[in-house]
Design a protein around this ligand. Structure first.
Ligand SMILES: NC(=O)c1ccc[n+]([C@@H]2O[C@H](COP(=O)([O-])OP(=O)(O)OC[C@H]3O[C@@H](n4cnc5c(N)ncnc54)[C@H](O)[C@@H]3O)[C@@H](O)[C@H]2O)c1
Length: 287
């Protein structure tokens, strides 16, 4: 069939290249029928023993990735692996403390030993809720910010050899707006956003995409100590959300899946806010 427009000619040809348009991988994938979005990709998820990290690990495995589950909690980490393998997926557990650069390097080395490479890294680990609530600066900066840097620095040379990769950093709405007075956590998450942009700019040339997600309140075990203090806390938080609900781990897992996959091939250095509208404004503001 004759093409309606010939983008290779005339003024528009300077900007549009018809061949490039149809070279987008997903156009070709559609022609060959449904395909898992992370087929045969090797993905590491830090802090994947529970909560958001676990949901990301399960979602990635469902889409065909071989998942390396990292956590400092052996019981939880092996449980995530079992959930994946029981469902027919492939995963292994590595106990590595992301705040320790040597451990982060071992995490990448064990992944390469087992699966040959690293395609995707999700920096998700966070220190304990007590450390967040008590403004423990060392713990917040070491796990959230330096941990992201340690794991990324260890994975990037492997991704460079591989011709590219995708890093997804889990930041927070606390990195964007002031909430609750948890200053050390907010500053660490603001740092994760800045680190994402800085590293994305440096590694675009390597075809390594680095993006971050800022979740709003997500119903995970981190909220348990706060629920003990105030059993109504999640009900009290909910009205702040324009969508009328707080988030579930799978809401973040789906966003991470998109960013990790080739569908996001033109996204890097971006801050994806997945927060039910919390930071869009105040929907109860009277006019
Ligand atoms: N739950 C929320 O409301 C919410 C909101 C915004 C952002 N986030 C972010 O999402 C991410 C996951 O949150 P979550 O609620 O699932 O947390 P979580 O506490 O349930 O899970 C964190 C996991 O990280 C592990 N971990 C702790 N220190 C580690 C270390 N040094 N090395 C490796 N693993 C370590 C823990 O054992 C745990 O399994 C965090 O980065 C958090 O800041 C969460």
């Amino acid at each position: 069939m004759k093409a309606k427009y010939d983008f290779s000619k005339g003024e528009r040809g300077k900007f549009y290249n018809a061949k490039a348009v149809f070279d987008i991988p997903n156009f070709q994938e559609k022609d060959t029928g449904p395909k898992m979005r992370l087929n045969n990709k090797i993905a590491i998820v830090t802090g994947a023993g529970r909560g958001i990290g676990k949901a990301v690990a399960l979602r990635f495995a469902e889409e065909g990735a071989k998942v390396v589950v990292d956590d400092v909690n052996d019981a939880n980490g092996t449980e995530t692996v079992a959930a994946i393998t029981d469902a027919g997926g492939e995963a292994m557990f590595v106990n590595a403390d992301v705040s320790n650069a040597v451990d982060a390097e071992r995490l990448i080395a064990e992944t390469v030993d087992a699966y040959g490479t690293v395609d995707i890294l999700v920096n998700n680990a966070i220190c304990s809720t007590a450390d967040v609530l008590n403004n423990n600066w060392d713990a917040n900066l070491a796990v959230a910010l330096q941990g992201t840097s340690h794991c990324s620095n260890a994975a990037i040379p492997v991704m460079q050899q591989n011709g590219g990769g995708s890093i997804v950093n889990i930041a927070s709405v606390n990195g964007l707006i002031g909430l609750q007075g948890i200053h050390a956590y907010s500053a660490a998450k603001g740092g994760v956003i800045a680190l994402t942009r800085s590293m994305a700019v440096a590694h675009g040339k390597d075809n390594i995409r680095i993006n971050c997600i800022c979740p709003g309140t997500i119903q995970t075990e981190v909220w348990e100590p706060m629920i003990e203090r105030n059993p109504q806390i999640l009900d009290e938080i909910t009205p702040w959300y324009p969508l009328g609900r707080i988030g579930q781990p799978v809401d973040i897992a789906n966003a991470a899946l998109f960013l990790a996959s080739d569908e996001a091939s033109f996204a890097t250095g971006a801050v994806f806010v997945i927060d039910g509208g919390l930071t869009a404004g105040n929907h109860q503001f009277p006019i």
